[in-house]
Design a protein around this ligand. Structure first.
Ligand code: COA
Length: 162
């Protein structure tokens, strides 16, 4: 039987494991190790790590944008292959939205490319569970923002939460 999975905010020492998890979760973009350390330190209050024993099996990075105090912007969500299909995404999203740092949050935003169906399903499920609207629009486009090096990222907005 699978070991139980526990959730907590990340610590700076978790940075290397976060980098390894993201590297093992294509199609996620890898970030610099330094960036993952910042997520686990300065942004720890709005990130969550999921642990099966001492193995990192899930991670959500995100923050509250400085000019949007009512919004949780989710940067990345990753679940290790060994822990998939157990609804861990929804557990981590609920954990994040109930954090003290998210008390003013009434909506979640994230960006998704057109070909990332698993991600679209994850956020459609969140919207359904929370009885919230979900809509999307182009945000960072291939031509204008990525100089043709990356597919357009669509901004998904889920909310308002009731
Ligand atoms: C996408 C990902 C986070 C899903 O993790 P997971 O723990 O297996 O997801 P859950 O068990 O919580 O499933 C949540 C919903 O998403 C759907 N889903 C998950 N993976 C899916 C896949 N590969 N294809 C289609 N739907 C998928 C599930 O069917 C479920 O909906 P349902 O209960 O209504 O059927 C994980 O596969 C992953 O880390 N992938 C690589 C990174 C990535 O693409 N991240 C998202 C972009 S930011």
């Amino acid at each position: 039987m699978d070991k139980p999975i526990s959730l907590r905010n990340p610590k700076p020492e978790d940075g290397p494991r976060v980098s390894d998890l993201i590297a093992n979760c294509p199609p996620l973009d890898e970030n610099s190790r330094y960036c993952n350390l910042l997520q686990c330190s300065h942004f720890s209050d709005t990130c969550v790590s999921a642990w099966m024993g001492d193995e990192l099996v899930g991670f959500v990075s995100g923050y509250i944008p400085p000019r949007q105090p009512d919004t949780y912007f989710l940067w990345q969500i990753a679940v290790a292959a060994a822990a998939r299909g157990q609804n861990l995404t929804q557990r981590m999203l609920d954990f994040v939205l109930e954090l003290p740092a998210c008390q003013q949050v009434t909506q979640l935003q994230t960006t998704i490319t057109d070909d990332n169906e698993p991600s679209q399903r994850v956020f459609a499920k969140l919207a359904k569970r929370r009885d919230a609207d979900i809509r999307h629009e182009p945000f960072f486009t291939r031509e204008v923002h990525f100089d043709d090096h990356h597919d357009t990222e669509y901004l998904y907005t889920i909310g308002p939460f009731k």
